[in-house]
Structure formats: C-alpha cells, structure tokens
Design a protein around this ligand. Structure first.
Ligand SMILES: C[S@@+](CC[C@H](N)C(=O)[O-])C[C@H]1O[C@@H](n2cnc3c(N)ncnc32)[C@H](O)[C@@H]1O
Length: 275
C-alpha cells in the first residue's frame, strides 16, 4: 500500500503524514514540494501571522543577493548548510548565472531535502547534496570535502535560516568558531537568523508553539546574540541588518511603505570574511 501522497524523489522511509520543517518553509514561500500536513501547518501560521510569507520571501532574496555578491567577489566554492528544498534563487542557480565554474555543496539534516536536491541536480557535476548535521562541525567539514570542496582554498559557508534550530546548549558560537578555524583566510560566512517578532497574539504564540513541537524547536536570538556568532570574522558593510537592508538592488526598498515593512522583519543577517 502506498503512502497517501508520495513523490518519485521521496525516500520511502519518510512519512509525509506530519508537517516537516523544510516543507513547511517551502509552503510558506509558495513552493510546491509539500504535502497536506505541511500546507495545513503553513496555513495555520499564515492565518495568525500573514507577514510570515513576506519574511520567507525577503530571506530567500537575501540568500540570492549574498550568493551573487560572493561570486562577484571571486568565491568559487560554497557550502550551503541547512540548504532547504531547492527553489528559485538557490545558490546553484545564482552560480549558473554568474559563476558557472563554481562548486556548490548543499548539506541538510533532512533526507527529503537531500532526495529532492539529488533529483533536481541530476547531471550537474559541480553541485552536490549530502545529508549532514550542522551541530557536528567536523562531520560538516568532512562532507564538504566529500562533496568536492578543497578546504585549503577559500570557501563561503552559508548558514541561512538554520542556526535558530541550534539550541543554546548545542553552542552555536562554538560551531561557528570550529568552522572558522578550519577554513583559510579569505573565506566567508553568511548568516541569517530569526529574532523575536515584534508582538504575537495569544493565537500566534500557540501556533508558534505547535510549529516548534511538530517540526523543530526554534531559538529566536537578538541582534546582539547574532552579532556574537560572528566573533573572529570581519563583518562586511552594512554589518548586521534585517534581510531587505543587506545591499538591496537600486530599485528595491524605495517605497516608504516597503521600507517600514522591511523594518518589521524579525531576522538579522550579515556577511563576514576571515582575515
Ligand atoms: C528554514 S529552512 C532554510 C532553507 C534555506 N537555507 C533558506 O534560507 O531558504 C531550514 C533548513 O535547515 C535544515 N536544518 C535544521 N537543522 C539542521 C541541522 N542541525 N543541520 C543541517 N540542517 C538543518 C532543515 O532541514 C531545513 O531544510
């Protein structure tokens, strides 16, 4: 008997009857790699906090802008940890447009993400997707090399919307330090991290609690806490800002209403280099 909603790329052991972190995020961004339970959870979050869709969109736009920036700065190796389901603007798409000789390794804890990526990436020798856990930096580095990255040469490590799934007890600062110590000078790190939203209704608090319980617990961190994660890296202009304010294109963020909306985004991002 088949599962209720199976896709050819889905690993057989994965049960799509409950919501899954990567697929709920994909649903919030308007993606289609989702199942009923994911869409239900996404709709519940959107009902109490409609801005979530905008927040996901601006995070994805930051991801694409920062990847383009890195390639234009000469980066040719990217390790995208917690890559999520591939969607428009994913790093290999940016690479194809501006740095086709770049090598990209996607890592994610979720076997569904890795399976979807391998399906999408078939026939693309410079891109690979592997299963790995950010909380084990030695393993992350081993997998980066397995995926074809030369860690004796500069690499950009992307940690976009993933560090808030690392609990304080799992010491995200130490994870960052270990990755920093293992890569050569001239390497970059990109971080996007969720922070406490301005205000949540009682219903919003309940929906967030349910999301955390049914997918993965989220640790919202302040700007200062996010800044500490960059210890030992040199932050590039404009420093730590909300996603839309990180080097927007000249035609973005001109409408005052849009600027106000962007200021309400509960996330901090930054790009830094190892000197
Ligand atoms: C919110 S999505 C972000 C996807 C993408 N980076 C983006 O910003 O659009 C978070 C991803 O991190 C992955 N993830 C969560 N904890 C992880 C861990 N400890 N190691 C690796 N990946 C993890 C999830 O499976 C999910 O695909």
């Amino acid at each position: 008997m088949g599962l209720p909603e199976q896709r050819p790329w889905m690993p057989e052991e994965v049960d799509p009857s409950g919501p899954n972190l990567a697929r709920v995020y994909n649903a919030l961004g308007g993606g289609t790699h989702t199942f009923g339970a994911d869409r239900e959870m996404a709709n519940r979050l959107l009902a109490v906090q409609p801005e979530v869709a905008y927040w996901v969109r601006t995070n994805r736009a930051f991801l694409a802008r920062s990847a383009r920036f890195l390639f234009e700065a000469g980066v040719r190796q990217v390790l995208d940890v917690g890559a999520g389901l591939l969607a428009p603007g994913s790093v290999h798409e940016v690479a194809a447009a501006v740095a086709p000789d770049a090598r990209v390794v996607y890592l994610d804890l979720d076997p569904v993400v890795v399976a979807q990526a391998n399906d999408v990436l078939r026939g693309q020798p410079r891109v690979s997707a592997l299963r790995g856990d950010l909380r084990d930096p030695a393993e992350v580095l081993r997998l980066a090399a397995e995926g074809g990255l030369d860690l004796a040469r500069p690499v950009a490590i992307l940690l976009v919307a993933v560090l808030h799934f690392v609990q304080d007890a799992e010491d995200p600062g130490d994870i960052l330090a270990r990755l920093r110590d293992a890569v050569p000078v001239g390497s970059y790190v990109v971080i996007s991290h969720a922070s406490p939203p301005p205000e949540l209704s009682a219903e919003g608090v309940q929906a967030k609690k349910e999301y955390s319980e049914r997918t993965a617990p989220v640790v919202l961190r302040s700007r200062e806490q996010v800044e500490r994660l960059f210890a030992g890296w040199e932050l590039l202009e404009p420093g730590i800002v909300q996603p839309s304010f990180w080097r927007p294109e000249s035609d973005e963020l001109v409408d005052p209403a849009e600027i106000e909306r962007a200021k309400g985004t509960p996330a901090w991002v930054g790009v830094a280099i190892k000197r």
